[in-house]
Each structure stands twice: as C-alpha cells, then as structure tokens.
Design a protein around this ligand. Sequence first.
Ligand SMILES: [Ca+2]
Ligand SMILES: [Ca+2]
Length: 251
Amino acid sequence: MKIELKKISKVAIISSLIMSMWLYFGYDVSVINAQRVSKDISSLSDKIASKIVSGFIRVDSDRDGLSDVEEDVYGTHPYMKDTDRDGYSDTMEIKFGYDPTGAGRPDLSIHIPKINISAPITYPVSRAESDIQDAMDNGVAYYPGTGFPGQEGNAYLTGHSSNYFWSRGKYNKIFRELRQLEIGDTFSIVQTQSTGKKINYNYRIYEKRITENSDKSLFFADREGSVVTLVTSWPIGATKQRLMVRGILIK
Ligand SMILES: [Ca+2]
Ligand SMILES: [Ca+2]
C-alpha cells in the first residue's frame, strides 16, 4: 500500500522529537523554544527526517497488520482490530473490498480526466451475464471476485462502448472513448466509506491491447501489485472483440 508521506504533519514530527529527547536525555522540554525546535527540524538531513517518518509509518498499535498511518487513511480505529464491530477485522474487510467502518461495500467511482469520464462503479449481484449487463446500465461494472481497487491483485471493470439503439441508459457509451487512452495516461478510483471518508487511488496505464472476446483469461489474469483492467466492446457497435486498458497503482 502506498502511503502519502505528506499526511505526516510537521507538528507530529516535532512532537515526536521532543518526546524522544525527553525520554532519552531527560531534557526539560518546557524550556525548549518551539521556534528553535522547528528550525532544528528544518535543518535535519533528508535521511534523518526520512527515518523519523518511517518510524511513524511502522507503528501498529493494535497489531492488526495496518499501521496507525494506514488506519488514519482508512478511517479505522488504531486501537481496535474490528472498528465497526461486525465480527470481521478491518484488515480482512479492506483486503476483500468491504467497508471497515460500516455495512457492505464502499461506494466507488472512476475518473478519467483525459476523456472526461466520471462515473459510479456498480456491483453486480453475480457473475451472470444479465447481472453484469444490469450493472453496466448503471455505471461501470466491477466484476465480482476479481481484485479490489487499491488492494493487491487485478480489479476488472467493464463498461459499454455502445448499446442497443432503444436503450436510453445514462451509461450506454461510458467507455466509448477508451480508445483515446495511451500508455502513461492516468485515471483514478475514489472509494467513499459510510463515514464519508474518501480514499483516492491513482493509476498509470501501462498496457493497451485489442483481444478476442472469447479469450477472457487476459482480463482476469493475476498481476503483481495493485492493477485495474478496463474493458469495453470493440470495435464500437460490435461484440466480437474487446479493447483492454490496464493501469497500475501509483499512489
Ligand atoms: Ca493497526
Ligand atoms: Ca469489521
């Protein structure tokens, strides 16, 4: 999991340094001028500052595998292994795509600025084709049982590039312009939990290809790291082939 070091506030670092000095050297922190400490912090080498930050990241108060910093990112309690007390640990809920702070799945949405896409990601009730189609009518469908965005594994998302002429759904052409995406372009997936907590996952595209629809194994293939596979019908208006674009989590 990628952690934004920016989230470690300067105040927290200063507090840590003061506490460390007090613990190890018996300094009377009351006489330490805050400005002086701040100045000293600023003059620390990057290497030392990095070690202090790393120390914060590693702290896991409830020993559930999520560091205190990660718990802050997810909005879970750093001293409780099961924040919403539903019998499932925070760690397991996050890994398998459930909301660790409330019931069910978190809300997901996908955003691709280059082609002006911003749409909800929907959860089909099963892998049956009719259920996948229903989910695609209401957004971009998350294929059940594949990796979950933000976590290790390959999350498979699919959306319409076209639909029957009589279908008037809002998302009939949501992936029509997926063809414009190229290697190096980025997109993001936003996870919103029941508490309102939002987590932003950014991906950089590293693979793009056209494949036969009969060979779906590529869409489901395991991949190292956290990747998202976007798939739509190709060419537009046909169903024999699929256009696939794949991105890897960058932060
Ligand atoms: Ca923890
Ligand atoms: Ca739980």
